[in-house]
Design a protein around this ligand. Structure first.
Ligand code: SF4
Length: 391
């Protein structure tokens, strides 16, 4: 029997809201929540606000009113992703420049589970090319259930991790076997932006009247680089900010890479790493990703790194966001909001996040260390024979 599966997970959508409510009501559980960057740029639309209204502070306040014990930010883990993925990029590049022709380039980003599912089904022979870095959602879960659980002296099985995501594919990402320890998942439940809005309304919380509040620490601090993960081009821009400074040893005079921004479905740019030209590709939408992958397969690709996101616009246009009915002005307004939040941040490069520095000092050692590999990296499978994916 041939089963068609939507690569972004829409056909496997399961609402975990009731499970989250049960966890919040269970006095034996400590419940932590993480919220993805794109959520803050769209949630306000569910409460009558203009597209592009940033509601970061109200979002943190609402999650606290709902009863979460710790209100954290997936952006923290986006900074962590950059530390691992950026180091992997530089490692592969250095080996390539030193003449190792076996090193797989370009490196492809791996934070979008819709995209991961796509290449596992459609291009499994190329599964050593994407970065092995887990998505920010899963990095967060792994760190919450080890480092943070130890800090607050709570057993792994008594800690429940909930994610608020713009995405339906994140739901099935949580259920992948490789993201669990002895059957206990790193992220227990994922609910979408729309499902969160429903929960807030159901709980009679006056969202529009809430004060702006901050996230908790240590897993709530983030940089401008992490915020732009929510838009097409943002992950690779964040990686470039860190990889440039680590590779050249120089401070960037300007952290905005306008040449990586925009909404064209396939974009390319060359960034000068102090005399070393780094060629970057960007695609959003799986049909566009297919074109870049085919070029790699045919030996025609000249990129060093490629960012791919399954949804048009990236996560701001994700399937769990408030419905936009294909209105590109709404996507653009959300994108503008994320760039604004980036500009407003005091720290805008992932490697300067003080809590990330502390995490490496206290726990992980350094990027790509043995512990980092164990907790923050993954591997991919050939799923071409299991089921047929439709685009
Ligand atoms: Fe999910 Fe973002 Fe990928 Fe869309 S682009 S499938 S919202 S991770």
């Amino acid at each position: 029997q041939c089963v068609a599966v939507c690569p972004t997970g829409a056909l496997t959508e399961v609402d975990h809201t009731n499970a989250v409510i049960r966890a919040l009501a269970d006095p034996t559980k400590t419940v932590v929540v993480q919220t993805a960057p794109a959520v803050r740029a769209a949630l306000g639309e569910e409460f009558g606000m203009e597209p592009g209204t940033l509601v970061t502070g109200k979002l943190a306040a609402a999650l606290r009113r709902l009863g979460f014990n710790y209100v954290f930010d997936t952006d923290f883990a986006a900074d962590l992703t950059i530390m691992e993925e950026g180091t992997e990029l530089l490692d592969r590049l250095t080996r390539h420049l030193n003449g190792d022709k076996d090193v797989p380039l370009p490196i492809l980003t791996s934070c979008c589970p819709g995209w991961v599912s796509f290449f596992e089904h459609q291009f499994p022979e190329m599964r050593d090319i994407p970065s092995t870095a887990r998505s920010p959602q899963q990095m967060f879960g792994a760190i919450a259930k080890t480092y943070f659980a130890d800090k607050i002296n709570v057993k792994r099985e008594d800690l429940v991790v909930v994610s608020i995501m713009p995405c339906l594919a994140k739901k099935f990402e949580c259920q992948r076997d490789e993201f669990a320890t002895n059957g206990n998942p790193d992220v227990d439940f994922s609910i979408s932006t729309r499902e969160l809005a429903h929960l807030i309304k159901q709980s009679n919380i006056e969202f529009n009247a809430l004060p702006d509040e901050d996230f908790d620490n240590p897993l709530g601090e983030s940089t401008g680089a992490a915020v732009i993960f929510g838009t097409t081009g943002g992950v690779i821009e964040a990686a470039v900010r860190t990889a440039y400074e680590v590779h050249t040893g120089k401070k960037l005079e300007k952290v905005d890479f306008e040449e990586l921004r925009g909404m064209e479905y396939i974009r390319e740019a060359t960034i000068d790493f102090n005399g070393l030209p780094i060629r970057i590709g960007i695609a959003h939408g799986l049909g566009n990703a297919r074109k870049l992958l085919q070029d790699i397969k045919d030996g025609k690709s000249e990129f060093h790194a490629i960012e791919i996101m399954a949804c048009p616009g990236g996560c701001i246009g994700g399937g769990g966001q408030p419905l936009h009915h294909g209105d590109s002005s709404i996507i653009k307004a959300r994108q503008k909001a994320l760039y604004q939040e980036d500009t407003n941040k005091t720290i805008r490069k992932s490697h300067e996040n003080p809590y990330i520095i502390q995490l490496y000092e206290e726990f992980l050692g350094k990027p790509l260390s043995e512990k980092s590999h164990h907790l923050l990296h993954t591997h991919y499978f050939d799923k071409s024979k299991e089921i047929k994916v439709v685009e």
